[in-house]
Design a protein around this ligand. Structure first.
Ligand code: NDP
Ligand code: 2IT
Length: 447
């Protein structure tokens, strides 16, 4: 079958077999649409059914999570782990706790993770898990009981050489602690089965900052290639979670001015530059909404509705909240206002229509599977440290992160050039990530 016809057939089957899983369809389509030049050159991939195997997870788990709330009432949530592809190493990827979670979200994240982990150059396959549990408004006791119940089932399926989960939306150091404690208790083993652990019990320095810092290192490299720097630039960041906060922190360290942050209710604009100490206290300690920022910063304004954040004029835009948060209209506004670089800190935050707008303009677009790979890269380095039973210094972890982000940027640019679409870093990232997984799948036979 000719490459284009095969791609259409594989995509149609994905839609048919995964009915209603829109985010998964979107992620698969974006990748398949860039792979024709690879299939043209590598007919052996077609014979070995690489594409068909690539879009089908190796294993999908769905399980019941019963837990008791503070009133003694039994509640039931649904848990997921999708072990997508283990060609390059044990399954590796986050856990998301958010009410919007269903199989389609977990599958899209697992699918992206396969390519992202390939780009890091480390030996990690891809997967993702999570639950429709909403940690917002829950007490620490409720979160702990939920995490213990979640891990009571998950522990059957994971292990330091099998599948190593980490955080994502709604899963931070508190949740990783409860999950790790329950795994250790049930299995009677202290191993690196999760990443993002506390520094005293196997965690890596720089993991908390890694996704945000890594994103900015890549933006910096891209600007440098144009003979520019971040110093003096105005930057819009969306989200107010781990990724957003540490992206904002690194931008400020490099002389940029971050003027926005957001959550799912709305966004703040501070013309003087966001004061991160205030935001860290509000979000990390007090678990408050971002609107509380304006009570202590008089020039700052709060606006209801998170999409308005892209109406603020900026030189660099960093979507760091969630999928499909930056649509076609927002993309047009950013381009019209002279935004030169868009770097995805979140997974799939830009809609396909918005990506097309950036590709048709002078705005450089850095896709998430490359630009936010710093988090999982340092997770991989945490696994290395756990195997060695030692801890690296902050300087060493930061240096490795920087090196990996710069290399990924050059790899995806090179792949885009080599496959005839210079500057199209979506195509470059997909192809650079895919070829390594596909060659490994060929080498390992039909499994
Ligand atoms: P957090 O839970 O720390 O923060 C998530 C932020 O995004 C919050 O500000 C949250 O606001 C906002 N948000 C969540 N859902 C929505 C929504 N439906 N609409 C608007 N805003 C929303 O998560 P992270 O910072 O860890 O993750 C952010 C993104 O980065 C995700 O796409 C994640 O997959 C991706 N990512 C995370 C990595 C990691 O290591 N943590 C690594 C690579 C990518 P609110 O409080 O109102 O919900
Ligand atoms: O999307 C991601 O890369 C993550 N949530 C981090 C995964 C990890 O295993 O560190």
């Amino acid at each position: 079958m000719a490459p284009h016809a095969l791609i259409d057939t594989v995509y149609e089957k994905v839609v048919q077999r995964n009915a209603g899983e829109l985010e998964f369809h979107q992620a698969v389509k974006e990748v398949l649409d860039t792979l024709a030049p690879v299939l043209d050159r590598r007919p052996e991939y077609v014979r070995a059914g690489i594409l068909e195997r690539f879009v089908e997870p190796e294993r999908q788990l769905i399980f019941r999570i019963p837990w008791q709330d503070d009133q003694g009432q039994c509640r039931v949530n649904r848990g997921f782990r999708v072990q997508f592809n283990s060609a390059l190493g044990p399954f590796k990827g986050g856990l998301r706790f958010h009410p919007s979670v269903y199989l389609g979200i977990i599958k899209f994240l697992g699918f992206e993770q396969v390519l992202k982990n390939s780009l890091t150059g480390l030996t990690m396959g891809g997967g993702e898990g999570g639950s429709d549990f909403d940690p917002k408004g829950k007490s620490d006791g409720e979160v702990m009981r939920f995490c213990q119940s979640f891990m009571t089932e998950l522990q059957h399926h994971i292990g330091p050489d099998t599948d190593i989960p980490a955080g994502d939306i709604g899963v931070g150091s508190r949740e990783i602690g409860y999950l790790f404690g329950q795994y250790k208790r049930m299995r009677n083993e202290f191993t690196g089965v999760l990443t993002g652990k506390g520094l005293d019990w196997g965690g890596s320095l720089m993991r908390t900052e890694a996704t945000g810092y890594g994103l900015v290192y890549m933006v910096q490299e891209a600007l440098q290639a144009q003979g520019k720097g971040l110093d003096g630039l105005t930057v819009s960041v969306s989200g107010a979670g781990h990724v957003a906060l540490y992206a904002a922190e690194k931008i400020q360290q490099l002389g940029g001015k971050v003027v926005t942050l957001s959550d799912s209710s709305g966004f703040i604009y501070d013309p003087d530059g966001i004061k991160l100490d205030t935001v860290k206290r509000l979000k990390e300690v007090q678990r408050q909404r971002i609107r509380a920022y304006v009570t202590s910063h008089k020039k700052a304004r709060y606006y209801e509705g998170c999409r308005g954040v892209w109406g603020v004029a900026c030189d660099v835009a960093l979507p760091c909240a969630t999928q499909n948060e930056l649509d076609e209209n927002s993309a047009r506004t950013l381009v019209e206002q002279g935004c030169t670089v868009v770097g995805e800190g979140a997974n799939m935050p830009t809609t396909p229509e918005a990506i097309a707008v950036f590709h048709g303009s002078d705005t450089l677009f850095l896709p998430g599977k490359a630009a936010n790979a710093g988090g999982v890269a340092v997770s991989g380095l945490e696994m290395v440290q756990n195997s060695q039973r030692l801890s690296w210094t902050l300087e060493k972890a930061d240096k490795e992160l920087k090196t990996i982000m710069k290399r990924i940027y050059h790899d995806i640019r090179q792949a885009a050039r080599e496959y005839g679409c210079p500057g199209n870093l979506v195509l470059g990232a997909n192809i650079a990530g895919f070829v390594k997984v596909a060659d490994t799948m060929l080498a390992q036979g039909i499994v």
